[in-house]
Design a binder for this molecule. Structure first.
Ligand code: LRH
Ligand code: MN
Length: 430
């Protein structure tokens, strides 16, 4: 398999730390054994864990105020995949890439598929885009897309989504994520029922084009780009639309798309209870849709979300939602942020496996809030880093991805091979 980090350097990096990791791992094994937990069973699940990376996340992000391009930004989808291959090689937790169309539209889908496969990468959910007008586009999305009052605009948006599904089939993807920014900036500007009715009619048209083995993931968002109302504003509107549309139409939860302090783990439980929890966009935020690195602001919330997911899987082991990072890297090297964030999501998952669910249920049934919360904290407070390091080591990754990446000089190398194009706006979200 092709790799862009020298294997000897990776080997040396691991060899220097292997003894320490093994000692830490054995100490944790002994500790978990006292609670009747076999660490190797946890390790196997950690090694199976995967979260997709967003193609648009490997470029430098920005805000409406400014974007400060990083060195060696990827200039096309092939260079984005090069960076994604480094993230996967060192983290061993990100074998899939989620594309955004038209940002990543390939001239030859087969060529792109082969380019990804040489790195052992495959394509996760496809993302359509009816929140920007493309050059030469017939109808504008200024006042909406799938919910626009003008049928011609809705039909254009429907056709785009169907086109993305067809492209995704050629690339081996198995899902379409639909996020629309449709909404209003003034009270009275939009008729709530009519716009939601347009959405339902449009999304049902897209659903008809879905191959039998595909899922459609609807993504809600409280605001931005609309600042008074958003048609798919919250999990309620999302659930109703998924329920109305069809069995393989599910709801996707982007952690940053909720008002501050909303109990997202309870939304996860509700959507799962009614069979409509289809996937996640992991990131973190303090105020709005900040798209900060997962686990960087509120790691306990990330743990509580995986605590719900592990509880759901305890009843339904086959349950496997789409996991994806959806972040904007404005001040860090995107490769470092995505490797670190993938490990933070994996960490929350591993800690959720260490919750004594039998004890937790007993404390809940006995209305013993102190011991109930303490049984969650007991797992959360465990340092599972040795399990994550061992998982990476055994899978051929780096014990410490960020320091190995820095030692590799990859960023300096691509800074030379990808001279910045002053006229190009770059590949991150602005
Ligand atoms: C909207 C969103 C959506 C993507 C976009 C890049 O805020 O989360 O998932 O299409 O970011
Ligand atoms: Mn998202």
């Amino acid at each position: 398999m092709k790799q862009l980090i020298d294997q000897n350097l990776l080997q040396e990096h691991n060899t220097k730390q292997e003894a320490a990791v093994t000692s830490d791992y054995n100490a944790l094994a002994e500790k978990l054994d006292r609670s009747g937990i076999k660490i190797d069973t946890i390790l196997e699940q950690a090694k199976q864990f995967a979260v997709a990376v967003p193609s648009w996340g490997v470029g430098t992000g920005g805000t409406r105020f400014a974007r400060f391009p990083g060195l060696g930004e990827p200039r096309n989808i092939f260079e984005k995949l090069d960076d994604c291959s480094v993230i996967q090689l060192l983290s061993q937790a990100t074998p899939a890439v989620s594309l955004h169309i038209p940002w990543d539209r390939p001239k030859d889908p087969n060529e792109l598929r082969q380019y990804a496969e040489q790195y052992g990468l495959h394509f996760d959910a496809m993302n359509s885009n009816t929140f920007q007008d493309q050059i030469g586009q017939e109808e504008s999305y200024k006042f909406g897309s799938l919910t626009h009052t003008d049928k011609a605009v809705r039909e254009q948006a429907i056709a785009h989504n169907i086109d993305v599904v067809e492209l995704g089939q050629k690339l081996g993807s198995k899902a379409l994520t639909v996020w629309v920014g449709d909404g209003s900036n003034f009270p009275g500007q939009q008729h709530f029922k009519n716009s939601f009715t347009h959405y339902l009619e449009s999304i049902k048209e897209v659903y008809k084009s879905l191959p039998d083995d595909w899922n459609m993931l609807l993504e809600h968002k409280i605001f931005e780009p609309a600042f008074y109302s958003t048609v798919i504003q919250d999990w309620g509107s999302n659930y109703l639309a998924a329920k109305e549309t069809g069995e393989r139409c599910m709801s996707l939860v982007d952690l940053g798309h909720h008002a501050p302090n909303v109990n997202i783990e309870m939304i996860v439980s509700r959507l799962a209870q009614f069979g409509k929890l289809g996937g996640f966009h992991f990131n973190d935020s303090k105020y709005g849709d900040d798209d900060l690195d997962s686990g960087s602001i509120n790691p306990y919330q990330l743990f509580l979300i995986f605590n719900e997911l592990t509880d759901i899987r305890a009843q339904n082991p086959a349950y496997s939602p789409f996991y994806m990072l959806d972040q904007s890297h404005n001040v860090t090297d995107p490769v470092e942020s995505l490797m670190y964030s993938a490990a933070e999501v994996q960490r929350a998952f591993v800690k959720s496996l260490l919750v004594d669910r039998k004890a937790l249920t007993q404390y809940q049934e006995a209305n013993d809030p102190m011991m109930a919360q303490a049984s969650l904290k007991q797992a959360y407070n465990l340092d599972v880093e040795p399990i994550l390091q061992m998982a990476r080591l055994q899978a051929g990754g780096a014990i410490d991805p960020v320091s190995c990446y820095r030692a590799s000089g990859y960023r300096a190398a691509v800074a030379k091979s990808r001279p910045a194009d002053p006229n190009k706006t770059g590949s991150g979200i602005v």
